[in-house]
Design a protein. Structure first.
Length: 170
């Protein structure tokens, strides 16, 4: 487990209640993408509004760097290219490992974001190639079946994402 996801109380950090409110709102936005028919643009607008309002600090709050890491993961998931389609990927037995799929998809989106922020075209192509080389592991079979993302839908989604990133850079 990633140590950055474990939150501890510290003497000076982000207010716990404010963090939980923002976390639950991000979770609700993701559910809205998946089930309620929210558009990506509506979600992106709301995420930008939330990012503009800083979390209050308090005594006996959560560690700032870990909270920033967690919220950045949620913001990335909600504002990426075709976030609604990614949120609707089905989980099946013995699909692709969830962590490897998310790592690959986030790497593609980081390339797009870096290029839009002014990264050199040749460096962006190198980063795109690194994202293409990231492996998609299959969910391992143990005593109980492990679920993962549907392979066919993930392959189609990543092919579309790859074409979008390549067209953006080119």
């Amino acid at each position: 487990m990633d140590e950055r996801r474990i939150l501890f109380r510290v003497g000076h950090g982000y207010d716990r209640e404010a963090f939980y409110e923002r976390f639950h709102e991000y979770r609700d936005l993701l559910a809205g993408l998946r089930y309620d028919g929210l558009t990506g643009e509506e979600v992106r607008k709301r995420v930008e509004e939330l990012k503009a309002a800083p979390l209050p600090e308090s005594v006996n709050g959560f560690e700032m760097d870990k909270v920033d890491f967690l919220l950045d993961e949620w913001e990335t998931r909600l504002t990426m290219y075709r976030a609604g389609d990614f949120a609707k990927l089905d989980r099946v037995r013995s699909g692709y490992d969830c962590e490897s799929v998310e790592t690959k998809v986030f790497a593609y989106n980081k390339v797009t974001a870096a290029f839009n922020d002014g990264m050199n075209r040749s460096l962006a192509m190198d980063e795109l190639e690194k994202a293409r080389q990231l492996p998609l592991r299959k969910a391992k079979f143990h005593l109980l079946w492990k679920t993962g993302y549907d392979r066919g839908r993930v392959d189609a989604f990543i092919a579309d994402l790859d074409a979008h990133v390549y067209d953006t850079i080119r």
